[in-house]
Every structure is written in structure tokens, then in C-alpha cells.
Write a protein that binds this ligand. Structure first.
Ligand code: SAH
Ligand code: MG
Length: 210
């Protein structure tokens, strides 16, 4: 984020958050950046969700920030990597948030949806980028009326839309998949979506009321 602007915004901070930022940096864990987090927290302040669902927990950085910002929200978050799940559970306990933040250690595409609530006011999709259409289609069923679906990393480090210039085949394929998701979402008749070059590319989708 622009450093001057970053200095004007304040984000939640405490001992646990500081140690998570350090851990993510040292272990190359892709947590949401300050700009993306600022946007998510703004939306949390406006929507005041009672329930929040995140797909892709990593170490729990984003959900801990949300729970610290909003003292009543109940959060479910899904992570398929058992070592990261364990880390997230420990950090959530250290932040005294275990009663409100529940980590499901499972692949989001395999998890039995009946284990979750039926009505999330906000859903944040932030797991394996190649699967975004699948997460969106599965979890839109869990969105409360008037709720929002947020998606992150739509630019994938600025590479989406520039696949011709990418040498690595895997990376090229991934950026093309994200581009396909972005176009699919922008044409989607069920949701109205706004796209932003904030953070690593961010979208906010709202179901169109009939
Ligand atoms: N939202 C977190 C960062 C998530 S990083 C934050 O901002 O703090 C993406 C995470 O998604 C990784 O930890 C990865 O293991 C997880 N992931 C990828 N595909 C998944 C899937 N299908 N189901 C559950 N988790 C998945
Ligand atoms: Mg992300």
C-alpha cells in the first residue's frame, strides 16, 4: 500500500497479531496485506455481520483481525493443511477468541456443508486460486439474504491479464484460471460484483434481489 496512506489507516494490533505477522513473513505464508485487510474491516464495520465464513485460514491472521474489530461476530474458517490448522487454533486461543472463531480442518470442497451454519452475512474466499469458481458455487448457498461474498488475489501479484509474458507454465496456467474466474464473476447473472485494484485485487459480490 502507498506508505503515506498506510500511515493514515490504523489496523488492530496486539502481541498475538505482531507475532503472526512475523511468523507469516519468516515462513512465507500469504496472509492478506494491509490494504486488503483495511477494505475487509471497513466492510465488517458497515455490514456488522453476525456470522462470517472464510475459505482458507492459513494461520488465522485475517479472522483474528475481524474478531478483534467486531466483538460479537461468530466466525467459521476452513483450512486443509493440518499444520496450519494447528497454528491457527493456537493463535486464536492466544488471542482469547476460541469461543467465536472455529477452525474446520478440511478441504473446503469436501467439507460437509451441514457442519456449517446456514446464513453467513459475509463469506471471504481466499484459498487455492484455481478453484475459485468451485468455492463460489458451493458456498453461495450459505450466504444470508443481502450478504456479501469477498474474493482476494484476483490480480495474483499483478500477473493476471499478463499471461503472455509469463515463462513458467504452471504460473501461466494459474493466472489464466484466475482470469477465467474474474470474467465468469463479472458476467454472473445471479450476483452483482465490483472489482478493485486494492491489495492483490479484490472483489465484492452481492446477490441480485429478484
Ligand atoms: N485468509 C488468510 C490467508 C489464506 S492463504 C489470511 O489472510 O490470513 C490460503 C490458504 O488456503 C492456505 O493456507 C491453503 O492451505 C488454504 N487452502 C487452499 N486450498 C484449500 C481448500 N481447498 N480448502 C481449504 N483450505 C485451502
Ligand atoms: Mg489472499
Amino acid at each position: 500500500m502507498n506508505e503515506y496512506i498506510a500511515g493514515l489507516n490504523t489496523l488492530p494490533t496486539n502481541r498475538v497479531i505482531k507475532s503472526m505477522i512475523k511468523y507469516a513473513k519468516n515462513n512465507k505464508i500469504p496472509i492478506v496485506n494491509d490494504e486488503g485487510l483495511t477494505m475487509i474491516l471497513l466492510l465488517v464495520d458497515i455490514v456488522k455481520p453476525k456470522r462470517f465464513l472464510e475459505i482458507g485460514t492459513a494461520i488465522g491472521y485475517c479472522v483474528i483481525n475481524i474478531a478483534l474489530r467486531n466483538p460479537v461476530v461468530k466466525i467459521d474458517t476452513i483450512e486443509r493443511n493440518p499444520a496450519l490448522c494447528e497454528r491457527a487454533v493456537d493463535y486464536i486461543a492466544a488471542a482469547n477468541l476460541s469461543e467465536r472463531v472455529n477452525v474446520h480442518c478440511a478441504d473446503a470442497l469436501e467439507l460437509d456443508p451441514d457442519l456449517l451454519a446456514a446464513d453467513y452475512d459475509m463469506i471471504f474466499i481466499d484459498a487455492a486460486k484455481a478453484q475459485y469458481i468451485n468455492y463460489f458455487e458451493k458456498y453461495k448457498e450459505k450466504l444470508a439474504p443481502g450478504g456479501l461474498i469477498l474474493t482476494d488475489n484476483l490480480l495474483f501479484h499483478g500477473l493476471v491479464g499478463k499471461s503472455k509474458t509469463i515463462a513458467s507454465r504452471d504460473l501461466k496456467h494459474l493466472t489464466e484460471k484466475i482470469d477465467k474466474f474474474n470474467r465468469w464473476l463479472s458476467r454472473n447473472k445471479e450476483f452483482q460484483t465490483r472489482f478493485f485494484a486494492i491489495g492483490d485485487g479484490f472483489a465484492v459480490s452481492r446477490r441480485i434481489e429478484k
